[in-house]
Design a protein around this ligand. Structure first.
Ligand code: HEM
Length: 396
């Protein structure tokens, strides 16, 4: 069958999307072109293989880890990454967002940054950007084969420079009977007897966590800041909230992620004939595309103003303000509470975590960030996806 003959089923309503995510006979299809980074990583596994690895990795993604990250580990990383920019009075948000989120994602993935210098951040950042290109090859507008080879080369350099030393440090801790850091690499190492992961798969799993945590959150970071700037232009009465109420920034984050999902589509292959509750039939071999831009603007769920950005929006019970932007079902984002905090934004108590995107955006506003009037933002021309390419801001 040529690719043009493959039947494509597009899902664009909220209820059908939830039902689709639940189907066990739908297999991941989004990263078929990105195997160089995504081969055998969690999001690409299916059935028992996926369940077993997810069960082990879930051990890290618990409330106490989120609290440890948000209250203890992340604040100094955010402060250190932003400080040099604040010192110059200006920053470019696309780069800054990737640097902040990458340093946070490195500590979640278990990629040590022993030097902690800006130079080391830049080296890791260069790897991250190549991995992002590798994972999103389907959307790359240049020479795909050349890019694939370049990414493979970068992956082996990354292994030598970061993965092997990080692994050696954890092995030494384990051998000495010490506690391991709370990160994905430690989980993989401690459960090696059950997982039997070849080294190249471990390297890709760690690289995948680095980019799954960093790229999505970094994309959200710039968009949240942009949406807040626009919202405050039109609603100056909310200006105080942005400094005084972190749950406002959290709501702006959820609303941004709903309207501009970091991954705008989910894709699956039908391994068998399927019938959804709505009566829609999906034939074996079809490609199923969940159109999150449409699903998250479903007016029957989000109201007549579903297309508008409104951080004060109320959603029906059981529907998150960020819609289905973190997926649902077996591949639901393992890091969603880490990235966007707990969803109970109306009842914030001492236990509440706000999420790393809101915390990082809050840090911008704490330093009085505002768009640079002499250097307006531009879009990224190297991809078909709507990313900002450059977003200059000034601090006061
Ligand atoms: C704004 C931030 C984020 C967004 C919008 C996001 C979005 C998503 C989506 C849509 C999926 C499901 C993919 C599918 O169904 O095919 C997913 C899966 C995943 N995400 Fe996230 N993510 C974010 C942050 C993070 C963070 C911070 C981490 C790691 C700490 C992370 C790790 C993962 C992993 C490991 C999976 C695969 C889960 C599985 O297959 O079982 N994500 N994410």
């Amino acid at each position: 069958m040529s690719t043009t003959d493959i039947p494509v089923v597009t899902i664009s309503t909220f209820d059908e999307a939830k039902d689709t995510y639940r189907q066990k006979d739908l297999r991941q299809a989004l990263y078929d072109a990105g195997e160089v980074i995504m081969g055998d990583v969690l999001v690409n596994l299916h059935g028992a293989e996926h369940r077993d690895r997810r069960r082990l990795e879930n051990r890290l993604f618990r409330r106490e880890t989120f609290e440890l990250y948000e209250r203890t580990l992340f604040p100094p990383i955010i402060a250190e990454t932003i400080a040099p920019h604040v010192a110059t009075g200006r920053a470019e948000l696309v780069d800054l967002g990737h640097q902040v989120m990458m340093n946070l994602a490195a500590s979640t993935a278990g990629v040590d940054r022993p030097l902690g210098t800006p130079e080391e951040t830049h080296r890791l950042y260069d790897y991250l950007m190549r991995f992002i290109e590798g994972a999103t090859l389907a959307h790359f507008t240049g020479d795909k084969e050349a890019k694939r080879a370049e990414v493979a080369g970068k992956l082996s350099e990354f292994d030598e420079a970061f993965v092997k030393p990080s692994l050696a440090r954890r092995k030494a801790l384990l051998d000495a009977g010490h506690e391991l850091p709370k990160d994905v690499m430690s989980i993989l190492l401690a459960n090696e007897d059950q997982l039997h992961l070849p080294h190249d798969v471990l390297v890709r799993e760690v690289a995948f966590y680095l980019l799954a945590g960093a790229h999505t959150s970094a994309t959200a970071f710039t968009r949240v800041a942009h949406n807040i700037f626009k919202w405050l232009d039109a609603h100056p009465e909310d200006a105080a909230l942005v400094r005084a109420d972190k749950s406002f920034v959290q709501r702006c984050t959820h609303e941004t992620i709903r309207l501009q999902p970091s991954s705008p589509v989910a894709m699956r292959w039908a391994l068998a004939d399927i019938e959804l509750k709505s009566g829609r039939k999906i034939a074996q071999g079809s490609k199923v595309v969940i159109d999150l831009l449409a699903v998250n603007r479903d007016q029957t769920v989000f109201g007549a103003d579903a297309d508008d950005f409104n951080p004060h929006r109320a959603t029906p019970d059981g529907v998150s303000q960020y819609g289905l932007s973190f997926g649902s079902g077996m591949h639901a984002c393992i890091g969603q509470d880490l990235a966007a905090g707990l969803t109970a934004v109306n009842s914030v108590d001492a236990e509440h975590t706000f999420g790393l995107v809101p915390c990082a955006v809050q840090a911008l506003f704490d330093h009085g960030a505002r768009p640079d009037p002499s250097d307006p933002p531009v879009m990224d021309e190297s991809t078909t996806r709507p990313y900002f390419g450059k977003y200059p801001v000034l601090f006061s």
